[in-house]
Design a protein around this ligand. Sequence first.
Ligand code: SF4
Length: 503
Amino acid sequence: MLSSFLLAWYDVHRRVLPFRGTKDPYRIWVSEIMLQQTRTETVAGYYTRFLERFPDVFALANAPEQDVLKCWEGLGYYSRARNLHKAAQVVANQYDGQFPASLEALRALPGVGDYTAAAVASIAFDLPSPAMDGNLTRVLTRVHGVREDVDTPTVKRRLLALAQEDMPQTRCGDFNQALMDLGATVCVPGTPDCEACPLRPLCDAYAQGDAEDLPVKAAAKPPKEISMAVALITCRGTVWMTQRKEALLNNLWVYQLTEGYETQADIDKALAALGIRASCAADLGSARHVFTHRVWNMHLFHYEAEETRCREGRFVTLREMTALPIPTAMKAAREQVVRLLTPRFELAQEAMLPALSAVWAESWKDSHTAFCSAEFLQKHTPAYMEEKLRAHLNAGRQVYAVGLAEKTVGVMILDPWANELNALYLLPDGQGRGVGKAAVQFAVETLEKARPMRVTVLQNNQRAIALYHQFGFTQIKEVRILDEKTGLAEEDLIRPAQGEKTT
Ligand code: SF4
Protein backbone atom coordinates (compact mmCIF):
# COMPACT_ATOMS: atom_id res chain seq x y z
CA MET A 1 0.00 0.00 0.00
CA LEU A 2 2.83 2.39 0.89
CA SER A 3 4.40 2.03 -2.56
CA SER A 4 1.14 2.62 -4.45
CA PHE A 5 0.39 5.83 -2.45
CA LEU A 6 3.97 6.94 -2.92
CA LEU A 7 4.26 6.22 -6.66
CA ALA A 8 0.94 7.93 -7.40
CA TRP A 9 2.25 11.01 -5.61
CA TYR A 10 5.61 10.77 -7.43
CA ASP A 11 3.92 10.67 -10.86
CA VAL A 12 2.52 14.13 -10.15
CA HIS A 13 5.02 15.78 -7.82
CA ARG A 14 8.45 14.44 -8.84
CA ARG A 15 11.28 16.98 -8.94
CA VAL A 16 12.56 17.98 -12.36
CA LEU A 17 16.31 17.54 -12.19
CA PRO A 18 18.92 17.41 -14.98
CA PHE A 19 20.06 13.93 -13.94
CA ARG A 20 16.58 12.40 -13.87
CA GLY A 21 14.82 10.56 -16.68
CA THR A 22 17.78 8.46 -17.78
CA LYS A 23 18.45 4.75 -17.48
CA ASP A 24 22.10 5.17 -18.43
CA PRO A 25 24.04 3.72 -15.47
CA TYR A 26 27.07 5.94 -16.23
CA ARG A 27 25.01 9.13 -15.89
CA ILE A 28 23.14 7.85 -12.83
CA TRP A 29 26.39 6.82 -11.18
CA VAL A 30 28.05 10.21 -11.84
CA SER A 31 25.06 12.10 -10.42
CA GLU A 32 24.81 9.86 -7.35
CA ILE A 33 28.50 10.29 -6.55
CA MET A 34 28.17 14.06 -6.96
CA LEU A 35 25.06 14.17 -4.76
CA GLN A 36 26.90 12.63 -1.80
CA GLN A 37 27.24 15.42 0.77
CA THR A 38 26.45 18.06 -1.85
CA ARG A 39 23.26 20.02 -2.40
CA THR A 40 21.11 19.10 -5.40
CA GLU A 41 21.15 22.70 -6.73
CA THR A 42 24.97 22.73 -6.63
CA VAL A 43 25.24 19.40 -8.43
CA ALA A 44 23.04 20.44 -11.38
CA GLY A 45 25.64 22.74 -13.01
CA TYR A 46 28.59 20.45 -12.25
CA TYR A 47 26.76 17.41 -13.63
CA THR A 48 26.11 19.07 -17.00
CA ARG A 49 29.69 20.36 -17.32
CA PHE A 50 31.17 17.03 -16.22
CA LEU A 51 29.20 15.10 -18.84
CA GLU A 52 30.14 17.58 -21.56
CA ARG A 53 33.81 16.99 -20.68
CA PHE A 54 33.45 13.21 -20.06
CA PRO A 55 30.42 12.06 -22.07
CA ASP A 56 30.92 8.33 -21.44
CA VAL A 57 32.82 5.94 -19.21
CA PHE A 58 35.70 5.59 -21.72
CA ALA A 59 36.21 9.36 -21.90
CA LEU A 60 36.46 9.45 -18.11
CA ALA A 61 38.67 6.36 -17.86
CA ASN A 62 41.16 7.71 -20.42
CA ALA A 63 41.42 11.25 -18.99
CA PRO A 64 44.38 12.31 -16.82
CA GLU A 65 43.45 12.44 -13.12
CA GLN A 66 44.36 16.14 -12.98
CA ASP A 67 41.67 16.88 -15.61
CA VAL A 68 39.08 15.02 -13.55
CA LEU A 69 40.08 16.90 -10.39
CA LYS A 70 39.98 20.21 -12.26
CA CYS A 71 36.45 19.45 -13.47
CA TRP A 72 35.51 18.60 -9.86
CA GLU A 73 37.02 21.81 -8.47
CA GLY A 74 34.65 23.46 -5.99
CA LEU A 75 32.55 20.33 -5.29
CA GLY A 76 34.77 19.23 -2.39
CA TYR A 77 35.37 15.70 -1.07
CA TYR A 78 37.88 15.10 -3.83
CA SER A 79 38.36 11.42 -3.03
CA ARG A 80 34.99 11.02 -4.80
CA ALA A 81 36.55 12.34 -8.03
CA ARG A 82 39.63 10.13 -7.69
CA ASN A 83 37.47 7.05 -7.07
CA LEU A 84 35.14 7.97 -9.91
CA HIS A 85 38.15 8.00 -12.19
CA LYS A 86 39.43 4.64 -10.89
CA ALA A 87 35.99 3.03 -11.12
CA ALA A 88 35.60 4.25 -14.71
CA GLN A 89 38.87 2.48 -15.53
CA VAL A 90 37.57 -0.73 -13.96
CA VAL A 91 34.29 -0.56 -15.93
CA ALA A 92 36.14 0.31 -19.16
CA ASN A 93 38.78 -2.41 -18.79
CA GLN A 94 37.06 -5.25 -16.91
CA TYR A 95 33.48 -4.84 -18.09
CA ASP A 96 34.16 -3.57 -21.59
CA GLY A 97 32.46 -0.27 -20.72
CA GLN A 98 29.17 -1.92 -19.57
CA PHE A 99 28.19 -1.32 -15.95
CA PRO A 100 27.46 -4.64 -14.17
CA ALA A 101 23.76 -5.18 -13.46
CA SER A 102 24.36 -6.63 -10.00
CA LEU A 103 24.36 -4.97 -6.59
CA GLU A 104 27.49 -6.87 -5.47
CA ALA A 105 29.52 -6.04 -8.59
CA LEU A 106 28.53 -2.37 -8.42
CA ARG A 107 29.40 -2.32 -4.71
CA ALA A 108 32.88 -3.63 -5.55
CA LEU A 109 33.73 -0.59 -7.71
CA PRO A 110 36.06 2.01 -6.11
CA GLY A 111 34.11 4.68 -4.22
CA VAL A 112 30.76 2.89 -4.57
CA GLY A 113 29.09 2.30 -1.21
CA ASP A 114 25.81 0.62 -0.29
CA TYR A 115 23.77 3.69 -1.12
CA THR A 116 25.28 4.39 -4.56
CA ALA A 117 25.21 0.72 -5.59
CA ALA A 118 21.52 0.49 -4.61
CA ALA A 119 20.64 3.75 -6.38
CA VAL A 120 22.34 2.71 -9.65
CA ALA A 121 20.98 -0.87 -9.43
CA SER A 122 17.39 0.27 -8.86
CA ILE A 123 17.28 3.25 -11.26
CA ALA A 124 19.31 1.78 -14.15
CA PHE A 125 18.41 -1.93 -13.80
CA ASP A 126 15.16 -1.86 -11.77
CA LEU A 127 16.66 -4.11 -9.06
CA PRO A 128 14.79 -4.08 -5.71
CA SER A 129 17.54 -2.41 -3.70
CA PRO A 130 16.59 0.38 -1.26
CA ALA A 131 19.00 3.36 -1.52
CA MET A 132 19.23 4.26 2.15
CA ASP A 133 20.22 7.91 2.26
CA GLY A 134 19.19 10.57 4.78
CA ASN A 135 15.86 11.17 3.08
CA LEU A 136 14.82 7.51 3.02
CA THR A 137 15.96 7.04 6.60
CA ARG A 138 13.91 10.01 7.81
CA VAL A 139 10.72 9.07 5.95
CA LEU A 140 10.90 5.41 6.95
CA THR A 141 11.66 6.08 10.63
CA ARG A 142 8.65 8.37 10.78
CA VAL A 143 6.26 6.14 8.83
CA HIS A 144 7.25 3.02 10.78
CA GLY A 145 7.73 4.78 14.11
CA VAL A 146 11.36 3.75 14.64
CA ARG A 147 12.43 5.58 17.80
CA GLU A 148 15.99 4.39 18.32
CA ASP A 149 19.36 5.82 17.21
CA VAL A 150 19.39 5.39 13.41
CA ASP A 151 23.19 5.34 13.26
CA THR A 152 23.47 2.01 15.11
CA PRO A 153 24.02 -1.10 12.92
CA THR A 154 20.93 -2.87 14.33
CA VAL A 155 18.59 -0.02 13.51
CA LYS A 156 20.18 0.41 10.08
CA ARG A 157 19.51 -3.27 9.32
CA ARG A 158 15.95 -2.94 10.56
CA LEU A 159 15.28 0.11 8.37
CA LEU A 160 16.75 -1.65 5.34
CA ALA A 161 14.48 -4.66 5.96
CA LEU A 162 11.44 -2.34 6.29
CA ALA A 163 12.37 -0.60 3.02
CA GLN A 164 12.71 -3.98 1.30
CA GLU A 165 9.26 -4.97 2.51
CA ASP A 166 7.83 -1.68 1.20
CA MET A 167 9.61 -1.97 -2.17
CA PRO A 168 7.26 -2.86 -5.09
CA GLN A 169 7.99 -5.61 -7.66
CA THR A 170 8.49 -3.08 -10.45
CA ARG A 171 9.42 0.61 -10.64
CA CYS A 172 12.09 0.03 -7.96
CA GLY A 173 14.09 3.06 -9.14
CA ASP A 174 11.00 5.26 -9.02
CA PHE A 175 10.25 3.99 -5.51
CA ASN A 176 13.69 5.10 -4.28
CA GLN A 177 13.48 8.42 -6.09
CA ALA A 178 9.96 9.03 -4.78
CA LEU A 179 11.17 8.56 -1.18
CA MET A 180 14.12 10.87 -1.92
CA ASP A 181 11.76 13.54 -3.31
CA LEU A 182 9.26 13.15 -0.48
CA GLY A 183 12.08 13.51 2.05
CA ALA A 184 13.49 16.55 0.25
CA THR A 185 10.22 18.43 -0.25
CA VAL A 186 7.54 17.21 2.22
CA CYS A 187 8.93 15.00 4.97
CA VAL A 188 11.75 17.44 5.59
CA PRO A 189 14.00 17.59 8.69
CA GLY A 190 12.42 19.51 11.56
CA THR A 191 8.76 20.20 10.84
CA PRO A 192 7.39 18.09 7.97
CA ASP A 193 4.46 19.19 5.80
CA CYS A 194 2.22 16.26 6.77
CA GLU A 195 -0.89 17.85 5.25
CA ALA A 196 0.70 17.48 1.80
CA CYS A 197 1.99 13.94 2.40
CA PRO A 198 0.59 10.90 0.59
CA LEU A 199 1.78 8.62 3.43
CA ARG A 200 -0.11 10.39 6.20
CA PRO A 201 -2.77 7.63 6.56
CA LEU A 202 0.03 5.08 7.16
CA CYS A 203 2.39 7.22 9.23
CA ASP A 204 3.04 6.27 12.84
CA ALA A 205 4.86 9.52 13.67
CA TYR A 206 1.92 11.53 12.36
CA ALA A 207 -0.47 9.47 14.47
CA GLN A 208 1.74 9.84 17.57
CA GLY A 209 2.50 13.53 16.89
CA ASP A 210 6.28 13.16 17.31
CA ALA A 211 7.51 13.51 13.69
CA GLU A 212 9.67 16.50 14.63
CA ASP A 213 11.66 14.32 17.07
CA LEU A 214 12.49 11.68 14.44
CA PRO A 215 14.84 10.30 13.39
CA VAL A 216 16.66 9.84 16.69
CA LYS A 217 20.40 10.51 16.40
CA ALA A 218 23.21 10.58 18.95
CA ALA A 219 24.78 14.05 19.24
CA ALA A 220 27.56 14.39 16.66
CA LYS A 221 31.12 14.98 17.86
CA PRO A 222 32.17 18.56 17.13
CA PRO A 223 34.78 18.80 14.33
CA LYS A 224 38.43 19.18 15.32
CA GLU A 225 39.69 22.78 15.12
CA ILE A 226 43.13 23.11 13.49
CA SER A 227 45.16 26.29 13.21
CA MET A 228 46.82 26.65 9.81
CA ALA A 229 49.12 29.31 8.40
CA VAL A 230 48.79 29.84 4.65
CA ALA A 231 51.83 31.57 3.18
CA LEU A 232 51.28 33.07 -0.26
CA ILE A 233 54.84 33.22 -1.50
CA THR A 234 55.23 35.42 -4.55
CA CYS A 235 58.25 36.09 -6.70
CA ARG A 236 58.38 38.16 -9.91
CA GLY A 237 54.75 37.70 -10.92
CA THR A 238 54.49 34.06 -9.78
CA VAL A 239 53.24 32.27 -6.67
CA TRP A 240 54.56 29.11 -5.04
CA MET A 241 52.24 26.09 -5.08
CA THR A 242 52.54 22.44 -4.31
CA GLN A 243 50.56 19.29 -4.89
CA ARG A 244 49.34 17.93 -1.56
CA LYS A 245 50.39 14.42 -0.58
CA GLU A 246 48.21 14.09 2.55
CA ALA A 247 45.01 12.02 2.33
CA LEU A 248 42.87 15.13 2.82
CA LEU A 249 42.95 17.08 -0.50
CA ASN A 250 45.39 14.56 -1.94
CA ASN A 251 46.91 15.61 -5.31
CA LEU A 252 45.21 19.02 -5.26
CA TRP A 253 47.28 22.18 -5.49
CA VAL A 254 47.64 24.36 -2.42
CA TYR A 255 49.78 27.26 -1.20
CA GLN A 256 52.31 26.75 1.57
CA LEU A 257 50.46 25.35 4.59
CA THR A 258 51.85 25.14 8.11
CA GLU A 259 49.53 23.00 10.22
CA GLY A 260 49.39 23.69 13.95
CA TYR A 261 50.88 27.14 13.35
CA GLU A 262 51.43 29.26 16.44
CA THR A 263 54.05 31.86 15.58
CA GLN A 264 55.81 33.29 12.52
CA ALA A 265 58.82 31.14 13.40
CA ASP A 266 56.79 28.03 12.48
CA ILE A 267 56.36 29.36 8.93
CA ASP A 268 60.00 30.41 8.64
CA LYS A 269 61.03 26.87 9.62
CA ALA A 270 58.70 25.36 7.01
CA LEU A 271 60.04 27.70 4.30
CA ALA A 272 63.63 26.83 5.20
CA ALA A 273 62.78 23.13 4.77
CA LEU A 274 61.50 23.92 1.27
CA GLY A 275 64.68 25.83 0.43
CA ILE A 276 62.72 29.06 -0.06
CA ARG A 277 64.30 32.35 1.04
CA ALA A 278 61.40 34.73 1.63
CA SER A 279 60.32 37.42 4.04
CA CYS A 280 56.87 38.33 5.31
CA ALA A 281 55.43 41.33 3.46
CA ALA A 282 51.94 41.47 4.92
CA ASP A 283 49.45 39.85 7.29
CA LEU A 284 46.37 39.19 5.13
CA GLY A 285 43.94 38.23 7.89
CA SER A 286 42.04 35.03 8.52
CA ALA A 287 39.78 32.55 6.72
CA ARG A 288 37.94 29.42 7.84
CA HIS A 289 37.02 26.24 6.05
CA VAL A 290 34.82 23.51 7.51
CA PHE A 291 35.42 19.92 6.43
CA THR A 292 33.25 17.07 7.73
CA HIS A 293 35.42 16.20 10.71
CA ARG A 294 37.74 19.16 10.99
CA VAL A 295 37.88 22.91 10.67
CA TRP A 296 40.85 24.83 9.33
CA ASN A 297 41.25 28.17 11.05
CA MET A 298 43.60 29.76 8.55
CA HIS A 299 45.81 32.80 8.91
CA LEU A 300 46.99 34.18 5.57
CA PHE A 301 50.36 35.87 5.03
CA HIS A 302 52.03 37.34 2.00
CA TYR A 303 55.69 36.37 1.66
CA GLU A 304 58.06 37.74 -0.97
CA ALA A 305 60.76 35.34 -2.16
CA GLU A 306 64.10 36.47 -3.49
CA GLU A 307 64.21 33.84 -6.22
CA THR A 308 62.02 31.13 -7.70
CA ARG A 309 64.37 28.32 -6.71
CA CYS A 310 62.84 25.75 -4.32
CA ARG A 311 63.30 22.12 -3.34
CA GLU A 312 59.65 21.16 -3.67
CA GLY A 313 56.61 22.55 -5.44
CA ARG A 314 57.00 25.28 -8.04
CA PHE A 315 56.31 28.92 -8.74
CA VAL A 316 53.42 29.36 -11.20
CA THR A 317 51.97 32.34 -13.04
CA LEU A 318 48.34 33.36 -12.61
CA ARG A 319 47.55 31.75 -15.95
CA GLU A 320 49.18 28.44 -14.89
CA MET A 321 47.40 28.62 -11.54
CA THR A 322 44.03 28.84 -13.29
CA ALA A 323 44.64 25.48 -14.97
CA LEU A 324 45.45 23.64 -11.70
CA PRO A 325 42.85 21.86 -9.54
CA ILE A 326 42.67 23.90 -6.32
CA PRO A 327 40.38 22.95 -3.40
CA THR A 328 37.61 25.21 -2.10
CA ALA A 329 39.49 25.41 1.21
CA MET A 330 41.97 27.66 -0.65
CA LYS A 331 39.27 30.01 -2.00
CA ALA A 332 40.15 33.01 0.19
CA ALA A 333 43.87 32.41 -0.38
CA ARG A 334 43.42 32.15 -4.12
CA GLU A 335 41.52 35.45 -4.21
CA GLN A 336 44.37 37.08 -2.33
CA VAL A 337 46.91 35.67 -4.80
CA VAL A 338 44.95 37.10 -7.73
CA ARG A 339 44.94 40.46 -5.95
CA LEU A 340 48.66 40.25 -5.15
CA LEU A 341 49.68 39.43 -8.71
CA THR A 342 47.29 41.76 -10.53
CA PRO A 343 48.46 45.36 -11.06
CA ARG A 344 46.07 48.11 -9.91
CA PHE A 345 45.59 51.60 -11.35
CA GLU A 346 44.22 54.16 -8.92
CA LEU A 347 43.40 57.74 -9.92
CA ALA A 348 45.59 59.97 -7.76
CA GLN A 349 43.92 62.29 -5.25
CA GLU A 350 45.55 65.40 -3.76
CA ALA A 351 46.61 63.57 -0.57
CA MET A 352 48.48 60.96 -2.62
CA LEU A 353 50.70 63.41 -4.50
CA PRO A 354 53.67 63.67 -2.08
CA ALA A 355 54.10 59.86 -1.88
CA LEU A 356 53.52 59.46 -5.60
CA SER A 357 56.09 62.18 -6.36
CA ALA A 358 58.68 60.24 -4.39
CA VAL A 359 57.88 57.09 -6.42
CA TRP A 360 58.07 59.05 -9.66
CA ALA A 361 61.38 60.72 -8.71
CA GLU A 362 62.91 57.35 -7.82
CA SER A 363 61.62 55.51 -10.91
CA TRP A 364 62.57 58.46 -13.12
CA LYS A 365 66.10 58.38 -11.73
CA ASP A 366 66.26 54.62 -12.22
CA SER A 367 65.38 54.88 -15.91
CA HIS A 368 67.51 57.97 -16.69
CA THR A 369 70.72 57.51 -14.69
CA ALA A 370 72.53 55.65 -17.44
CA PHE A 371 71.73 58.21 -20.10
CA CYS A 372 71.88 61.76 -18.74
CA SER A 373 74.13 64.25 -16.94
CA ALA A 374 74.36 64.62 -13.15
CA GLU A 375 73.02 68.15 -13.41
CA PHE A 376 69.92 66.98 -15.27
CA LEU A 377 69.39 64.19 -12.75
CA GLN A 378 69.69 66.47 -9.73
CA LYS A 379 66.92 68.67 -11.01
CA HIS A 380 64.35 65.86 -10.71
CA THR A 381 63.80 65.86 -6.98
CA PRO A 382 60.51 64.65 -5.38
CA ALA A 383 59.50 68.31 -4.87
CA TYR A 384 60.13 69.06 -8.54
CA MET A 385 58.12 65.96 -9.56
CA GLU A 386 55.27 66.98 -7.27
CA GLU A 387 55.12 70.31 -9.06
CA LYS A 388 55.01 68.49 -12.38
CA LEU A 389 52.24 66.16 -11.17
CA ARG A 390 50.15 69.17 -10.10
CA ALA A 391 50.75 70.77 -13.48
CA HIS A 392 49.53 67.56 -15.17
CA LEU A 393 46.40 67.52 -13.00
CA ASN A 394 45.74 71.22 -13.67
CA ALA A 395 46.00 70.53 -17.38
CA GLY A 396 43.21 67.93 -17.06
CA ARG A 397 45.43 64.86 -17.33
CA GLN A 398 44.80 61.72 -15.32
CA VAL A 399 47.53 60.71 -12.89
CA TYR A 400 47.45 57.05 -11.78
CA ALA A 401 49.25 55.33 -8.94
CA VAL A 402 50.31 51.91 -10.23
CA GLY A 403 49.99 49.37 -7.41
CA LEU A 404 51.14 45.79 -7.01
CA ALA A 405 50.47 43.72 -3.86
CA GLU A 406 50.85 46.12 -0.93
CA LYS A 407 53.04 48.67 -2.74
CA THR A 408 52.87 51.60 -5.15
CA VAL A 409 55.34 50.59 -7.83
CA GLY A 410 54.87 53.28 -10.44
CA VAL A 411 53.19 56.32 -11.91
CA MET A 412 51.22 56.61 -15.13
CA ILE A 413 49.85 59.78 -16.70
CA LEU A 414 47.15 59.73 -19.37
CA ASP A 415 46.08 62.75 -21.37
CA PRO A 416 42.51 62.22 -22.60
CA TRP A 417 42.60 65.50 -24.57
CA ALA A 418 45.61 64.55 -26.63
CA ASN A 419 44.70 60.82 -26.41
CA GLU A 420 48.17 60.21 -25.11
CA LEU A 421 49.96 57.93 -22.66
CA ASN A 422 52.06 60.79 -21.40
CA ALA A 423 54.29 58.96 -18.92
CA LEU A 424 54.78 55.49 -17.46
CA TYR A 425 57.48 54.94 -14.86
CA LEU A 426 57.98 51.80 -12.79
CA LEU A 427 60.20 51.12 -9.79
CA PRO A 428 62.37 47.96 -10.01
CA ASP A 429 59.73 46.22 -7.79
CA GLY A 430 57.23 46.68 -10.62
CA GLN A 431 59.48 45.58 -13.44
CA GLY A 432 59.55 42.12 -15.02
CA ARG A 433 56.18 41.21 -13.44
CA GLY A 434 53.80 42.04 -16.26
CA VAL A 435 52.99 45.46 -14.75
CA GLY A 436 54.20 47.46 -17.80
CA LYS A 437 52.13 45.33 -20.14
CA ALA A 438 49.04 45.64 -17.90
CA ALA A 439 49.57 49.43 -17.73
CA VAL A 440 49.72 49.83 -21.52
CA GLN A 441 46.67 47.57 -21.83
CA PHE A 442 44.87 49.76 -19.27
CA ALA A 443 45.83 52.93 -21.19
CA VAL A 444 44.69 51.45 -24.50
CA GLU A 445 41.34 50.50 -22.95
CA THR A 446 40.90 53.84 -21.14
CA LEU A 447 41.77 56.23 -23.94
CA GLU A 448 39.59 56.76 -26.95
CA LYS A 449 40.01 54.05 -29.57
CA ALA A 450 38.48 56.01 -32.43
CA ARG A 451 41.42 58.47 -32.45
CA PRO A 452 45.11 57.74 -32.92
CA MET A 453 46.85 57.23 -29.57
CA ARG A 454 50.27 58.63 -28.78
CA VAL A 455 52.90 57.65 -26.30
CA THR A 456 56.13 59.38 -25.35
CA VAL A 457 59.16 57.23 -24.71
CA LEU A 458 62.88 57.71 -24.10
CA GLN A 459 64.72 57.03 -27.32
CA ASN A 460 67.19 54.74 -25.53
CA ASN A 461 64.51 52.68 -23.82
CA GLN A 462 64.42 49.77 -26.25
CA ARG A 463 62.52 47.55 -23.79
CA ALA A 464 59.65 50.05 -23.56
CA ILE A 465 59.66 50.58 -27.33
CA ALA A 466 59.41 46.81 -27.87
CA LEU A 467 56.47 46.68 -25.44
CA TYR A 468 54.63 49.46 -27.27
CA HIS A 469 55.24 47.71 -30.59
CA GLN A 470 53.33 44.72 -29.16
CA PHE A 471 50.30 47.00 -28.83
CA GLY A 472 50.56 48.30 -32.41
CA PHE A 473 52.49 51.53 -31.79
CA THR A 474 54.95 52.68 -34.45
CA GLN A 475 57.64 55.38 -34.41
CA ILE A 476 56.92 58.67 -36.16
CA LYS A 477 60.45 60.08 -35.92
CA GLU A 478 59.55 63.20 -33.93
CA VAL A 479 62.42 63.56 -31.49
CA ARG A 480 62.83 66.08 -28.64
CA ILE A 481 66.18 66.63 -26.94
CA LEU A 482 65.85 66.55 -23.14
CA ASP A 483 69.47 66.93 -22.02
CA GLU A 484 71.76 68.97 -24.29
CA LYS A 485 74.88 67.66 -22.59
CA THR A 486 74.27 63.98 -23.28
CA GLY A 487 71.86 64.24 -26.20
CA LEU A 488 69.18 62.32 -24.25
CA ALA A 489 65.99 62.49 -26.27
CA GLU A 490 62.40 61.34 -26.19
CA GLU A 491 60.22 60.50 -29.12
CA ASP A 492 56.56 59.83 -29.86
CA LEU A 493 55.05 56.58 -31.02
CA ILE A 494 51.61 56.40 -32.48
CA ARG A 495 48.88 53.74 -32.56
CA PRO A 496 46.38 54.14 -35.39
CA ALA A 497 42.71 54.73 -34.60
CA GLN A 498 40.83 51.46 -34.17
CA GLY A 499 38.05 51.62 -36.76
CA GLU A 500 34.67 50.07 -36.09
CA LYS A 501 34.52 46.46 -37.15
CA THR A 502 32.53 45.96 -40.32
CA THR A 503 30.77 42.77 -41.18
S1 SF4 B 1 2.90 12.08 7.43
FE1 SF4 B 1 4.36 13.63 7.98
S2 SF4 B 1 5.87 12.58 9.19
FE2 SF4 B 1 4.68 11.02 8.14
S3 SF4 B 1 5.84 10.59 6.33
FE3 SF4 B 1 4.37 12.14 5.79
S4 SF4 B 1 5.38 14.07 6.10
FE4 SF4 B 1 6.60 12.52 7.10
